[in-house]
Design a protein around this ligand. Structure first.
Ligand code: GLC
Ligand code: GLC
Length: 662
């Protein structure tokens, strides 16, 4: 049974920084003999010691301060402090020289991940290429598309049966035998590095699978490991917590707790019943997960995707999402990784209110973050043919602190939730509640005239909440157009697909393509035949890669070929246009609600992007472009056409322009 510690205010945290720093110094001095014994036992040479100690000293005050805040009240705090520092140093010790070289290089190039050269792809190894060995053979395909960043969906050992697409991990140090071994992963990382492709893996740290060693120990009654999770003898505590909790997977199971027959107890399970939430009030959990994170980093990973960040700290009487301590935990992981693996970048997965999304983003927390608001609002603009909500949101929410950036996406392995801000909506005259209902009706194809073929996900009949599953192409109208066999509709669908991609690639941030999108994969309804997938409609947009389709990619008449080659071209232009680096973006007023226009700039390099979110032609006044670009002649980087702003500029249905002054 776990002891839930009360949140008594911590005295140390409240002291002025200088006093805390002094304490940090004293604590580190007391830890020096342990460090020295380690250097000696490991035969670490002096230059190495100097290098790592320089980093320890630089990040220690911050780490110490965070750990005191989180765990300073524990009677055995100093023991945990020592354990955490030594786990960090051991993680560094295990790191290959080649990775350490990358670390040094990145320390000297802070913010390197904001480059326009970064273009990402994400895939499930088993669905894409069966296993890691065969994935290595596909590297030329990624290069052909222009990718420089590859996110492999979780590939670690999982529980049998339903494993939530790899998010129910039973061992962070072994790869699912169906896709390969840790050695295969290392080899893949190496091969990717050779051709300049970054490797991204998940750090699934909110929960483990119910058959992880720790959970098994808890099931056999170990007190030590019961404290790794939230386990309750009866409904008293769960009932109290549930008063303020949001249900994440309401169609799977009501509430956030699961009765465990073997233990005859309740377990906290925010997601599926077999995903046990970890208890970060226990410093041992922090230390144990830190060791797993550094192990993952040392396989040659450049970015870790921090899964479900919002949920990692619980506090009675709150929603148990986005609590201050959740940030402190991540910042503490960040400080440890800046010591042990400073080349590693964190990517936050917070699919929550936009005000909460940004709170995870800083150089000392997560340097990068998914941009769920942009994703949702691009789809929103496509449905309404009106960019006012998107513009409102961009004008207030796009900018981020220096050396941080967005990861922009259109589709991922998850559903689409309408996570825009209700006040942003009302500011532009939209009633948020009704608008979400409209969007759900539109994207499930229920709304008259809709082009979309989405599928409801986690429809909560009590609250009316719903999210949307479906591939980019099916949501953008291609599936319907093919079924109706109408060339005009196919044309519009292809244009929508390219318009969204062009927005994602130009607006600022790292674009991330969910592989299959690059040639217009359609929904795959066959997932219902697999009992382990049938209950989760997200599988509709996780189809198996169809390699035979790739034969069409060079074929001019093929839809897949056209989408692929257009995207390839857009990626190539992005990577060669410095104005697309970083985030700096200024909106241009156009007076047509259907248009979205902005300037991207970097040093002397400027590009004006104008996009038409409707199936009707639009025009933009030439004076608007002239003021934004201060010129008369522009070249559209995409078509190569020269445009004069002597006259107004016309845009075809769903056309976009990437204009550079000539
Ligand atoms: C993340 C993943 C999602 C998974 C959940 C639980 O949100 O993206 O696929 O279901 O975490 O791990
Ligand atoms: C919720 C969570 C998010 C997760 C998603 C899975 O929206 O906030 O982390 O990816 O559910 O559907």
């Amino acid at each position: 049974m776990i002891a839930l510690k009360t949140d008594s205010p911590n005295t140390l945290r409240r002291r002025p920084a200088s006093q805390v720093d002094r304490r940090a110094d004293v604590a580190l001095e007391r830890l020096l003999p342990t460090l020295e014994a380690f250097w000696e036992s490991e035969d670490v040479d002096q230059t190495e010691v100097d290098e790592i100690m320089e980093r320890v000293q630089r990040h220690w005050p911050r780490l110490f301060h965070l750990l005191v805040g989180l765990y300073g009240k524990q009677w055995d705090f100093f023991y945990h402090l020592e354990q955490i520092l030594m786990t960090t140093v051991r993680g560094w010790r295990m790191r290959d020289e080649s990775l350490r070289q990358t670390d040094r290089h990145r320390i000297n190039n802070p913010g390197w991940y904001t480059s326009e050269k970064l273009v990402g792809g994400a895939l499930y190894v088993d669905l894409f290429s069966e296993n890691l060995g065969k994935l290595r053979e596909q590297i030329p395909y990624f290069q052909k598309l222009g990718l420089t960043y590859l996110h492999l969906m979780p590939l670690f050992a999982v529980r049998p049966g339903n494993n939530d697409g790899g998010y129910a991990i039973s061992n962070y140090r072994s790869v699912d035998p169906r896709v390969g071994t840790i050695d295969d992963l290392r080899k893949l990382a190496e091969s990717l590095r050779e051709v300049g492709i970054l490797l991204v893996l998940d750090f699934v740290f909110n929960h483990t699978a119910d058959d992880h060693y720790w959970a098994q120990q808890a099931q056999s009654g170990s007190e030590e490991f019961s404290d790794y999770y939230f386990i309750f003898p009866d409904r008293t505590m769960p009932d109290q917590y549930e008063k303020t909790l949001r249900e994440i997977f309401p169609t799977v199971r009501r509430g956030s707790f699961t009765w465990h027959d073997g233990m005859q107890q309740w377990v906290w399970t925010t997601f599926n019943s077999f995903q046990w939430d970890l208890n970060y009030r226990n410093p041992e959990v922090f230390r144990a997960m830190l060791a797993e994170m550094l192990f993952i980093a040392n396989t040659g990973v450049d970015f870790v995707r921090l899964d479900a960040v919002a949920f990692i700290w619980k506090q009675m009487g709150t929603m148990c999402e986005n609590l201050p301590e959740a940030h402190e935990i991540i910042q503490a992981f960040n400080a440890c990784s800046r010591i042990a693996a400073p080349g590693l970048v964190f990517k936050s997965e917070a699919i929550v209110h936009p005000d909460d999304v940004v709170k995870y983003i800083s150089e000392d927390e997560c340097q990068t973050s998914y941009n769920p608001t942009l994703m949702a609002l691009l789809w929103e603009s496509l449905a309404t043919r009106d960019t006012k909500l998107l513009r409102r949101s961009l004008s207030r929410r796009h900018n981020l602190p220096a050396r941080t950036t967005w990861v922009n996406y259109l589709r991922c392995h998850d559903d689409i939730g309408w996570t825009f801000d209700d006040e942003d909506a009302s500011a532009v005259g939209i009633s948020a509640f009704h608008h979400r209902q409209f969007l759900n009706a539109f994207y499930t194809g229920q709304f008259e005239g809709s082009f979309a073929r989405g599928v409801p996900f986690q429809h909560n009949t009590e609250t009316g909440d719903m999210r949307i599953s479906g591939t980019l192409a099916s949501l953008a109208g291609l599936e319907q157009a093919i079924e109706k066999d109408r060339d005009d509709l196919k044309e519009l669908a292809i244009r929508r697909i390219l318009l969204l991609n062009a927005s994602m690639l130009s607006i600022g941030g790292i674009p991330l393509i969910y592989l299959g999108e690059e040639w217009g994969a359609l929904n795959d309804y066959d997932f219902v035949k697999d009992p382990a997938k049938a209950g989760d409609t997200r599988w509709v947009h996780r189809p198996k890669m169809q390699w035979t389709f790739l034969k069409e990619l060079g074929d001019d008449g093929s839809i897949r070929g056209r989408i692929f080659r257009s995207l390839q071209k857009l990626i190539d232009i992005r990577k060669n246009t410095p104005a697309f680096s970083g985030l700096d973006m200024e909106l241009i007023e156009t007076q047509s609600p259907q248009l979205l226009a902005y300037v991207r700039a970097d040093a002397g390099n400027r590009v004006i992007v104008v996009s038409n979110f409707s199936e009707h032609p639009q025009t933009i006044g030439s004076n608007r472009l002239r003021t934004a670009g201060m010129g008369r002649f522009f070249e559209d980087l995409y078509t190569g056409e020269t445009i004069t702003t002597a006259n107004q500029v016309n845009l075809e249905p769903y056309q976009f322009l990437w204009l550079r002054r000539v």
